[in-house]
Design a protein around this ligand. Structure first.
Ligand code: NAI
Length: 276
């Protein structure tokens, strides 16, 4: 038998957006647990650094998650490298674009949908054959606290993250046909390069993004700043746990509950804040 058809005894995780932030922290943690890591990103330099940090013991691929044909090919290649085993698919790549909907260039709005939602659909569709054949596999996706209540100033971003949660719920039922699972995580404010690389627009003009991790440094509530490692630990908790929606920090769930009770109250509070 060729090496390629040898069954993989190591557990495997495939991560998009793995060159930076939450994806990178997850790659490092799962590698330290002995897992075989597949890392994909559009940032080749960041992937090269990660590969070195994982002692070359990983699979890396330059991949734009919006390109379905490329995603299909990468999952074929990963399947070969990973012995046709995928214990966790971590659809994590995402971009943040801030600004009022009418002030953000429309192509940036569409790019947000393409990466944060279409990219997740592409990932699930390209990987589902591996999830089906791996016992207890988990389809895991990064949502956001911005999905608690549609977030003014990042309307499209939050809409994609709400969609991710709906997709997770449906997939958690559909995947049960094969003994596989689905879950997602809604992080609050996580200290990652996203806060430097994100985009913000005022009346169509580009502005620097607020550095919320730095600004929120002294907060102790659900908006406090946490490291990417905390979300990576949540990926593990989700794998060994059973919950559908995870929150980092756990208090982020409180806003979901407030919305369920009284969405108009939340809306009116946000309108009042906006007027100040
Ligand atoms: P990050 O910017 O550090 O990492 C995101 C990675 O995704 C980057 O390496 C980037 O090159 C990659 N990426 C972007 N577009 C891509 C594409 N088309 N194809 C493949 N890779 C692509 O950001 P972070 O914070 O680690 O973000 C990870 C996820 O967490 C995102 O989905 C983000 O929306 C979500 N999130 C982040 C929060 C935060 O406070 N940092 C809070 C809530 C959710």
């Amino acid at each position: 038998k060729s090496l390629e058809s040898k069954p993989m005894t190591r557990q495997t995780i495939f991560i998009t957006g793995a060159a930076s932030g939450i994806g990178r922290a997850t790659a490092l943690q799962f590698h330290a647990r002995g897992w075989f890591v597949g890392a994909a990103d559009v940032d080749q330099a960041g992937l090269d650094v990660l590969k070195g940090d994982l002692d070359n013991d990983c699979f890396t691929a330059f991949l734009d998650v919006t390109d379905k044909a490329a995603f299909d090919q990468v999952m074929i290649d990963f399947g070969t490298a990973a012995g046709q085993r995928l214990d966790i698919l971590f659809n994590n790549a995402g971009i943040a674009v801030f600004g009022f909907l009418d002030e953000v260039p429309f192509e940036k709005t569409l790019a947000t949908v393409n990466v944060n939602l279409i990219g997740v659909l592409n990932g699930i569709h390209a990987s589902i054959h591996l999830l089906k054949q791996t016992p207890n596999a988990l389809c895991f996706t990064t949502s956001s606290s911005a999905a608690n209540f549609g977030s003014p100033g990042m309307a499209t971003y939050s809409a994609t993250k709400v969609a991710v949660k709906g997709l997770t719920e449906a997939m958690s039922v559909e995947l049960a046909r094969f003994g596989a699972r689905a879950a997602d995580v809604s992080p609050g404010i996580i200290d990652t390069p996203l806060w430097q690389t994100g985009a913000r627009f005022v009346r169509g003009e580009s502005r620097p993004v607020w550095n919320l991790p730095a600004l929120n440094h002294d907060r102790e509530d659900a908006g406090r700043t946490l490291p990417a490692d905390d979300v990576a630990e949540c990926v593990w908790a989700a794998y060994i746990g059973e919950k559908l929606h995870w929150y980092v920090p756990p208090e982020v769930v409180e806003r979901d509950k407030a919305k369920a009770l009284n969405p108009e109250k939340l809306r009116d509070q946000l309108i009042a804040q906006q007027k100040k």
